[in-house]
Design a protein around this ligand. Structure first.
Ligand SMILES: NC(=O)c1ccc[n+]([C@@H]2O[C@H](COP(=O)([O-])OP(=O)(O)OC[C@H]3O[C@@H](n4cnc5c(N)ncnc54)[C@H](OP(=O)(O)O)[C@@H]3O)[C@@H](O)[C@H]2O)c1
Length: 278
């Protein structure tokens, strides 16, 4: 029995669908059962979110593996993840597969990668088996970086990243969840090629016919430009993702998607050529 969080969302929904296709019994831990996917072999358990220790404990009893899709970014996200991991340990879940972020480390430039590291550390501390899947930026998230002025603007300079499609991440997560061979392993999940944000803007411009360009910014310019778009914590987190691109933290191309799924990850141009919507 595999328990999955985030199944009402994009990534978790794809993981749940992939597990169902493979005939795996699973339990979807969701906040709103009415929005849970209807999948063969899937039980739906309502939880009040990852803060809801009693419901998590009840829902995780009898599960062998927890696939933990990170919660939405909030100030208490790490505490929520700890609550979910503690519930899994208390329920006797043998292993946690955590969807972490590339370069998770206590001093990561991307501030959210520090939070992912804290979650990883907590999982290690419980004594459960674990696999960490450290995702690059989602390729299918890249179009949302384009602002109303058709710019991808941020302090990323000529730094590179290898964005990965959510579908590839999900397929890799399904392979890991169904295998007993990845305990104690960290897999970096990336696309097949490292590109700059200028390359991505150019590719989006060609795919859409819009004059999309990359506009480099200083950190100060980026913070000022976003000051009204979120609280200070959110804005700093957001800007730090560009700084992580600039300093090379995300300049990683890994073979893990191919090793886990048996096929190459989808790259920028292949995805844009086949994308139904951008
Ligand atoms: N690598 C990247 O580029 C990148 C980009 C964006 C996000 N992310 C991270 O990856 C995660 C999955 O991405 P996605 O595209 O699938 O996001 P999504 O479509 O917004 O789905 C998020 C899922 O997580 C659930 N969720 C959020 N907060 C929760 C909480 N506190 N307790 C329980 N469930 C919670 C949501 O439930 P509801 O339906 O009830 O809201 C939903 O099922 C995100 O949550 C975020 O942490 C990564």
């Amino acid at each position: 029995m595999i328990a999955v969080t985030g199944a009402t969302g994009d990534l978790g929904g794809r993981i749940a669908a992939g597990l169902a296709e493979r005939g795996a019994p699973q339990r979807l831990l969701v906040r709103d059962p009415g929005r849970a996917p209807d999948l063969p072999g899937a039980e739906v358990h309502r939880i009040g979110g990852l803060r809801d220790a009693p419901a998590l404990l009840a829902a995780l009893k009898g599960a062998e593996t927890l696939v933990l899709v990170p919660a939405a970014d909030t100030a208490d996200r790490v505490a929520q993840h700890r609550t979910a991991v503690n519930a899994a340990a208390a329920a006797g879940v043998r292993r946690v597969v955590y969807l972490s972020f590339l370069g998770a480390a206590p001093d990561a430039t991307f501030l959210l990668a520090r939070e992912h590291w804290m979650t990883e550390e907590h999982i290690r501390s419980t004594g459960q088996s674990w696999t960490f899947l450290r995702m690059s930026l989602f390729l299918d998230f890249v179009p949302s970086l384009v602002d109303d002025d058709d710019r991808i603007a941020g302090p990323a300079g000529e730094g590179r990243l290898a964005p990965v499609l959510r579908a590839d991440v999900a397929e890799a997560a399904v392979a890991v969840a169904l295998s007993g061979e990845h305990d104690g392993r960290i897999h970096d999940l990336t696309g097949p090629e490292a590109v700059t944000l200028a390359d991505l803007a150019d590719a989006l411009a060609r795919a859409t016919g819009r004059p999309i360009t990359f506009a480099d910014q200083t950190e100060e310019e980026a913070l000022a430009a976003r000051a009204d778009l979120g609280d200070e914590r959110e804005v700093r987190n957001w800007v730090s993702s560009y700084l992580a691109i600039r300093d090379g933290s995300l300049d990683v191309v890994s073979d893990a998607v191919r090793e886990l799924t048996g096929h190459d990850p989808v790259g920028v141009h292949a995805w844009l050529a086949g994308a139904a919507r951008v």
